[in-house]
Design a protein around this ligand. Structure first.
Ligand code: UD1
Ligand code: MG
Length: 463
């Protein structure tokens, strides 16, 4: 029998009062990714390509943050999770399959869990399948109330629960798969007669039960996965759990993580086996790291491609690429648009921006290279500065293959040093130096023999 496809609804309109933030709760990052995006990845991974997201508080920012690939519906006033579902009724009017509903504030949810709920819904021909878990700390969660036959009959919110109900340890993580049309029908009949004066989605469970609908509870063992983030401490805790999961995944793939407690790697980073991640290292965004590379200690790498056997030691690398065997640090700053060829060496207090550095070139100390193209096998001496900015526009510097730039030289762009060109130390170069030529741009040195003694004599003789 062919199954109706499952639709997805993510509730992300809430203000998140307990976060005490100007930023909508859904956009707070967990291990570097907005929590609503983590939830929606899990929903997509369960086979729902285009989930609907209910937005409200900070909705424009949430829509912008999530981008394409979603349908959005607005809940202008946040009058409860049931009310949020009502706002999506029009969008879901023609959907006759199951509807997966998740909160937007449970960032550790997995696709497997959601797929298991969808599977149970079909396998049991249920009207609802829902997750539950048992915890010794049920405070804050809705409690699962079962009937004499052991079937889920009702969910009671913490704030509405009687002392007996509060003692129940089976709780509601708020992840459900509903018969969509049935949910839309029963939701119309719910009231807000409760402690919070809200329309609760949880009340749909009692309504479906009283109509004789079949409610299947899937009980899960890992309560971490359902952790709701309602305040900053829970945010930190969720980040810690996710961070360790990410590190573990890399370790299992053959990456050495020297110190999991001080390594921060965000979701989408790719690392090849036999790379080594030293302590106090942050690797973020869309970064790829090759086999045998060694990152850290004390490194921060973002949106960069680090080739095989590279070394990033106490340095900052942002939107840069490093080809095989190149290295930087300590205290290098590779800024956006930096492209290092194979075997390049960038040393201490060297800043490189929007520049291409050819194979095996060395820039070892105290240098700024901006908007430059540097050939291969060149040597850039300590204290070299490309003056790329004239106060109005940026200009490029070109340095050829095998060039040698003497220490403390200033290259005023636009300017070009040809292949194998030399620049004398301490030069200010404003004109091009052709291939194989020497550019000298400094005051000529004078030597005055015996000058010191005659000067001292002059100073000490009486007038
Ligand atoms: C909810 C459940 C509770 C469950 C808990 C699990 C209800 C009534 N309660 O409580 O049983 O144990 O989640 O974490 O559903 N939202 C809206 N519009 C609103 C209100 C909320 O979109 O008007 C969204 C929020 O943005 C959030 C989600 O719904 O992503 C849950 O809301 P929240 O206020 O955090 O509910 P809980 O008190 O955690
Ligand atoms: Mg919550």
């Amino acid at each position: 029998m062919s199954r109706e496809p499952t639709a997805g609804l993510i509730l992300a309109a809430g203000k998140g009062t307990r976060m005490k933030s100007e930023i909508p709760k859904a956009l707070h990052p967990v291990a570097g990714m907005p929590m609503v995006e983590l939830v929606s990845r899990a929903v997509r991974g369960a086979g729902i390509p285009r989930p609907t997201v209910v937005v409200g508080h900070g909705g424009d920012a949430v829509i912008e943050g999530l981008g394409d690939g979603y349908d959005f519906v607005w809940q202008r006033e946040q009058r409860g999770t049931g009310h949020a579902v009502m706002m999506a009724a029009e969008a879901l009017r023609h959907h006759h399959g199951p509807l997966l509903v998740t909160p937007g504030d449970t960032p550790l949810l997995s696709s497997e869990t959601l797929a298991r709920l969808i599977e149970a819904y079909h396998a049991e021909s249920a009207q609802v399948s829902m997750a539950t878990f048992v915890t010794v700390e049920p405070g804050g969660y809705g409690r699962i109330v079962r009937d004499e036959e052991g079937q889920v009959a009702q969910i009671v919110e913490d704030r509405d629960a009687t002392p007996q109900q509060k003692a129940l340890l089976e709780v509601n993580p708020a992840v459900y798969c509903f018969d969509c049309q049935l949910l839309l029908e029963v939701i119309q009949g719910l009231d807000s007669n409760n402690a919070q004066g809200e329309v609760y989605l949880t009340d749909a469970i009692a309504a479906i039960h009283s109509r004789g609908g079949k409610i299947v509870a899937e009980t899960f063992d890992d309560p971490d996965e359902f952790m709701g983030v309602n305040d900053r401490w829970q945010l930190a805790e969720a980040s810690r759990i996710l961070r360790l999961r990410i590190l573990r995944k890399h370790a299992m793939n053959g990456v050495t993580i020297v110190d999991p407690s001080s390594s921060y790697i965000t979701m989408d980073v790719e690392i090849e086996p036999d790379a080594l991640i030293e302590p106090m290292t942050v690797i973020e965004g869309n970064t790829r790291i090759g086999a045998g590379a060694r990152i850290g200690p004390n490194a921060w790498v973002k949106d960069s491609v680090i080739g095989q056997d590279c070394r990033v030691f106490m340095s900052h690398v942002d939107q840069a690429t490093m080809a095989e065997g190149s290295r930087c640090g300590p205290f290098s700053n590779l800024r956006p648009g930096t492209r290092l060829g194979a075997g390049v060496k960038i040393g201490n207090f060297v800043e490189v921006k929007n520049s291409e550095i050819g194979q095996a070139t060395a820039i070892s100390h105290l240098t700024y290279i901006g908007d430059a193209t540097v050939g291969s096998g060149a040597n850039i001496g300590a204290g070299t500065i490309t003056c790329n900015y004239d106060g109005f526009a940026k200009h490029r510097t070109k340095i050829g293959n095998g060039a040698f730039i003497g220490s403390n030289s200033t290259l005023v762009a636009p300017v070009e040093i040809g292949d194998n060109g030399f620049v004398a130390a301490g030069s200010v170069i404003t004109k091009g130096v052709p291939e194989g030529a020497l550019g000298v741009g400094r005051a000529r040195q004078e030597v005055r023999e015996g000058w010191v003694n005659s000067w001292k004599a002059k100073k000490s003789s009486p007038e």
